[in-house]
Design a protein around this ligand. Structure first.
Ligand SMILES: NC(=O)c1ccc[n+]([C@@H]2O[C@H](COP(=O)([O-])OP(=O)(O)OC[C@H]3O[C@@H](n4cnc5c(N)ncnc54)[C@H](O)[C@@H]3O)[C@@H](O)[C@H]2O)c1
Length: 349
């Protein structure tokens, strides 16, 4: 089988996970990396035994042999390399969020449509077997009509550092960083109901006003450098009348704000771990699927993209789906900046 050659743009933290994924997929070879920080791509290439390293990603895009590009830059630098790569005839696997900015995400989607190249957003939760089973159960109608959902993610003291907390690099905070998983998961499981309106709040109080806990391991941030939100909550109304509550935090004074669940007219479903209940025989019956397989997010998403390239598409996680998460996130910011007023949401013109 012909080897698919790959270039990686942005050789920081997550590019190493992409490398790990590529190494587990057959007949794929990463042949180049690029990073604007002088020397970073070279050091990365040496470490991973990759033959070519550049500071300017446009040189990587000139390599005809490259068919697929992983865009692993920080959020504010997702759009330009993606658009340039698609226009250079490459397929693109871009890290999540597609962008922190709706207009940019829309431009990426349109460029993929215009060039006919595959654009996949690296939301590895799509490969969680529990999520796939949950989507199937709802699609089969086992829970009746879903009329209400909540989707949430809690980190108690998990404000990151580095490029994740600056406006120029991340653009936005917890809502686009980990909220993207919560929103995408709920939309994926409900088969992408169209959002109509959002009202929301956001906050940065803990990160700005308190120091990292002295006894907490791992997460250490500099309160002076935090320029983005650490918390967001929203009420999302869909065109068909159903409602979703969204809650996300990098930091709260609580261990959990609750998880993700779906209420249907004939049953209910809770995620992480998956629990499914249905009214049967005059009582509530546990119909939770058992023995779901293990998964490896990076390997599985890369395998899916490589297979899609070989088969001529479609993209396994297409921009046309992920854009709805961007539409909701955009509404969350607009509403929060207007004091929580409900704002209409939709695709840009
Ligand atoms: N899928 C996951 O589980 C996961 C986990 C962490 C981060 N991410 C996402 O991956 C992205 C990167 O995160 P990270 O932790 O690797 O950040 P990082 O800051 O460690 O790495 C980003 C790299 O991109 C480089 N870069 C920026 N602009 C560039 C340009 N124009 N050309 C070439 N290189 C450029 C930077 O110099 C840096 O080395 C973010 O969007 C983040 O949301 C995903």
């Amino acid at each position: 089988m012909k080897t698919i050659k790959v270039g990686v743009i942005g050789t920081g933290g997550i590019s190493n996970a992409h490398m790990g994924g590529y190494q587990k997929v057959k007949d794929v070879e990463v042949v180049a990396g690029a990073d604007i920080v002088p020397g970073r791509a070279k050091e990365w290439a040496q470490r991973h035994n990759v033959p070519h390293a550049f500071e300017d990603y446009r040189k990587l895009l000139l390599m005809d042999e490259i068919e697929l590009v992983s865009v692993c830059t920080y959020n504010r630098a997702h759009m330009q390399p993606t658009v340039d790569a698609l226009k250079a005839g490459k397929h693109v696997l871009v890290e999540k969020p597609m962008s922190d900015d709706l207009a940019e995400a829309y431009k990426m989607m349109r460029t993929a449509q215009e060039t006919g190249k595959l654009l996949m957003c690296a939301i590895h939760s799509r490969y969680n077997p529990a999520h796939r089973a949950a989507r199937h159960i709802i699609k089969e109608g086992a829970l009746g009509k879903i009329y209400y959902a909540e989707t949430a993610g809690t980190r108690r003291r998990g404000i990151p550092g580095g490029t994740f907390i600056g406006k120029e690099t991340a653009g936005r905070g917890a809502i686009v960083d980990i909220g993207v998983y919560a929103i995408d998961t709920a939309l994926f499981i409900m088969d992408f109901p169209k959002p109509a309106a959002v009202s929301a709040v956001m906050n940065d109080w803990i990160g700005k006003h308190s120091q990292p806990l002295p006894f907490a391991g791992g997460w250490k941030w500099d309160p002076e450098k935090l320029e983005v939100e650490e918390f967001g909550a929203a009420w999302v109304r869909f065109e068909d009348g159903r409602v979703m509550v969204f809650k996300i935090s990098w930091a709260v004074h609580l261990n959990s704000m609750g998880g993700t669940f779906f209420l249907g007219t004939e049953g209910g479903m809770q995620m992480s771990p998956l629990q499914v209940y249905k009214d049967m025989f005059g009582c509530m019956v546990d119909i939770t699927p058992k023995d779901l397989p293990e998964y490896d997010g990076f390997r599985d998403e890369i395998q899916a993209m490589v297979s899609a390239i070989r088969e001529g598409g479609p993209s396994p996680v297409p921009a046309e789906e992920v854009i709805w998460t961007n539409v909701i996130m955009d509404g969350i910011y607009r509403s929060a900046l207007e004091g929580g007023k409900e704002v209409p949401v939709g695709l840009p013109e």
